[in-house]
Design a protein around this ligand. Structure first.
Ligand code: KG4
Ligand code: ZN
Length: 333
């Protein structure tokens, strides 16, 4: 019997999850609404909200799993990458919990956990598989050889895909986080209405800053001609932007699959909730005869279930850390 408590606090979601013998029994997520009015995550406010939310969130996760804190065999926590003040809350909580109960402590890399979310439900990918990990802070193509043996084979040279969505949303006067809103509007728009550039970046790397600038100039130019440009064209702009971001991502994923010969292909991270990306990946998978893996919505954006499942696999290997462990804002992959 292995009961793992997972704790996630890397950005603006406080989350706790219970995993029993590899099965997720609860996954409680406290979202911090406070950041919306600032147009982005305010680190100081995020840390304070984590501090307020962490104990009630853990209590709820235990309750929903119908266990008590005395049943927990090990605590897994996000060590990084993320906002240091936010990570400190989850790390300190996990350390205190492990110390008080005299149970093992397991450190988890947040980006690896996004990928390992694919081991929560069936069907599970076979090793080696490719994973396009797209979040607010990262855009990576990873060759996953084993649970904790992952090779970074491509990444963004500037903005992340989630940032491209969120910064575009800002240009369009949409509230933060803009990704889900662009997705919603895009469903009603014409993806070919506006032509946006595809950057020519070598290898398996990405760049999104040029696209953001192109969108800004396009919008500024059109607004000079028609002050109602945004209101009148919102759905078409969102559909065109989404289409371009998705094509940039999938063209590189296609290249990676060709280069490696790997046919199990997955997506992970907040942007994998995007309906355009999900649909286009499924279509591409059919065309190239890939087995495609797309996480359930609740496991795309930040959640502790992915930390708990990653923790379970480290627990089986007996990979624990001591009480001197500290969070890291950046962790080499
Ligand atoms: O993985 P995540 O929850 O947090 C980080 O680790 O960054 O990802 C958050 C990012 C944000 O940029 C958000 O706008 C984006 O994921 N996102 C989406 C969608 N849902 C979340 N982007 C596009 N379409 C969506 N449906
Ligand atoms: Zn994340």
């Amino acid at each position: 019997m292995a009961v793992i408590l997972g704790i996630e606090s890397s950005c603006d979601e406080t989350s706790a999850s219970i995993c029993i013998n590899g099965e997720i029994k609860s996954n409680i997520i406290a979202t911090q609404a406070i950041h919306a009015k600032y147009g982005g995550v305010v680190p100081e406010l995020a840390s304070r909200a984590h501090q307020q939310n962490i104990i009630p969130t853990v209590d709820q996760a235990l309750q929903q799993a119908k266990i008590t804190k005395n049943d927990v065999d090990a605590v897994a926590f996000t060590r990084g990458p993320g906002l240091l003040g936010s990570l400190l809350v989850g790390t300190s909580f996990a350390k205190s919990f492990a110390l008080a109960r005299n149970i093992p402590l397991i450190d988890i890399n947040h980006m690896q956990a996004h990928i390992l979310a694919h081991f929560i439900d069936d069907p599970k990918p076979n090793f080696p598989f490719l994973c396009l990990t797209v979040s607010g802070g990262h855009t990576q193509i990873v060759l996953v050889k084993d649970y904790f043996d992952m090779e970074l084979i491509g990444q963004t040279l500037d903005d992340a895909a989630g940032e491209a969505f969120d910064k575009t949303a800002k240009i369009l006067n949409l509230p933060y986080p803009g990704g889900p809103l662009i997705d919603k509007n895009a469903k009603l728009g014409n993806p070919n209405a506006f032509k946006l550039p595809e950057p020519q970046i070598p290898d398996l790397n990405f760049s999104f800053s040029g696209l953001k600038t192109a969108i800004l100039y396009m919008v500024q130019g059109e607004l000079k001609k028609n002050p109602n440009f945004l209101e009148e064209n919102m759905n078409d702009i969102c559909a065109s932007v989404q289409e371009r971001i998705v094509s940039i991502l999938l063209n590189k994923l296609k290249k990676a699959a060709k280069q490696t010969g790997v046919k199990d292909v997955a997506i992970a991270g907040g942007v994998s909730a995007n309906s355009g990306l999900r649909e286009s990946l499924l279509a591409m998978g059919e065309k190239y005869k890939w087995r495609v893996f797309i996480p359930k919505f609740e496991y795309c954006t930040d959640n502790a279930a992915m930390i708990a499942i990653a923790g379970y696999h480290k627990y089986l290997k007996g990979e624990f850390v001591g009480q001197d462990v500290a969070p890291l804002a950046r962790i080499p992959f």
